[in-house]
Design a protein around this ligand. Structure first.
Ligand code: BDR
Ligand code: CA
Length: 317
């Protein structure tokens, strides 16, 4: 049985890889992409989402544009030094010939979930603004979604946007605290695991050898992104963020999870955006009564990397 997923995304080099991974996985039926600010402004995120679907030959999938700013504070701006000015590693790409649908992302999410109760999995790969807006619009989506599997957060390790916080959560901590507090099953695929999925130069070079549009696009967009990782983390290649969330939806046995309530620091202090798991018994008041989140704490990185390569490079088309 295939699982229906909506991917909420700010493409983004690793978002592109994750979208292709999902599209090439027979277990998943991608019923829509919704876009959000984050790695790039929302307009460009939408353009990139449309471009990616064209490369994949899947322009039949609707793209719904979403929020262009966080719930409360102003948007901190794009990160061209990570993903390139164009969000796709500074490679020349033609404008898409397809268009986004008229429906706003949050409305699209609500309509799809309420139309197919218990069937849809949300896979947010960017700031959680659209998901929080959808919850505000129709709180019953929490009881009608299948689950939420998100890339974001850092439970027991440092952040990447700041020493305290991971980028997606740091971009909209208020939205994230709402999403972690809603009565639905959330799985947090954060830096605790994604920094342990290391796609090396040798792994990445294999994509260039494959004569398929999706593999070729990955080969073109990753060198810029890889250079950022190698300079910043002194590693070989990249850490796999967004594709790790897709991998969890396909095969959760790749991960070990702990079940903790999660609060997000929404203060203005140095820890803004930090995801704090509630540890200890009894729980301190801020964590009391909050739902248990599946927090990924261990991962079989090699198996995940092979799975992504096989799906994108060896499956048809
Ligand atoms: C997350 O931030 C973005 O740069 C990536 O696309 C990923 O979603 C990693 O912290
Ligand atoms: Ca992303």
């Amino acid at each position: 049985m295939t699982r229906k997923v909506i991917i909420d995304t700010d493409p983004g080099v690793d978002d592109a890889m994750a979208i292709f991974f999902a599209l090439c996985s027979p277990e998943l039926d991608v019923i829509g992409l919704t876009t959000v600010f984050g790695n790039v402004h929302t307009d460009l995120a939408t353009t990139n989402a449309l471009r990616l679907l064209e490369i994949a030959g899947r322009s039949d999938i609707p793209v719904a544009q979403g929020a262009d700013a966080p719930l409360v504070r102003p948007y901190g701006g794009p990160v061209p030094y990570v993903h390139g000015e164009d969000g796709q590693g500074n490679v020349p790409l033609p404008p898409p010939s397809s268009k986004a649908i008229e429906t706003q992302a949050a409305v699209f999410i609500v309509e799809q979930i309420m139309r197919a109760p218990g069937e849809i999995t949300l896979v947010p790969l960017g700031p959680l603004t659209n998901i929080a807006l959808a919850l505000r619009l129709e709180p019953r989506i929490a009881h009608n979604v299948r689950e939420v599997v998100l890339m974001g957060g850092n439970a027991l390790c440092p952040g990447n946007a700041t020493p305290a916080a991971e980028a997606n959560i740091h971009n909209d901590p208020e939205a994230a605290d709402l999403v972690f507090g809603a009565p639905w099953q959330v799985t947090m695929v954060g830096l605790d695991v994604t920094h342990r999925v290391n796609m090396t130069r040798a792994h990445l070079e294999r994509y260039a050898q494959v004569d398929k549009p999706m593999a070729q696009h990955i080969a073109r967009i990753t060198p810029f992104y890889r250079d950022f990782f190698e300079k910043t983390y002194h590693c070989d290649g990249i850490y796999v963020h967004d594709s790790s969330a897709v991998a969890y939806v396909i095969d959760p046995s790749l991960f070990k999870v702990e079940r903790w309530p999660v609060r997000v620091d929404t203060s203005s202090g140095v820890s803004r955006g930090k995801t704090w798991p509630g540890l200890g018994d009894p729980l301190p008041p801020p964590w009391q009564g909050r739902p248990l989140v599946n927090v990924c704490v261990e991962v079989d990185g090699e198996r995940l990397i092979e799975m992504e390569y096989e799906r994108v490079c060896q499956s048809s088309p």
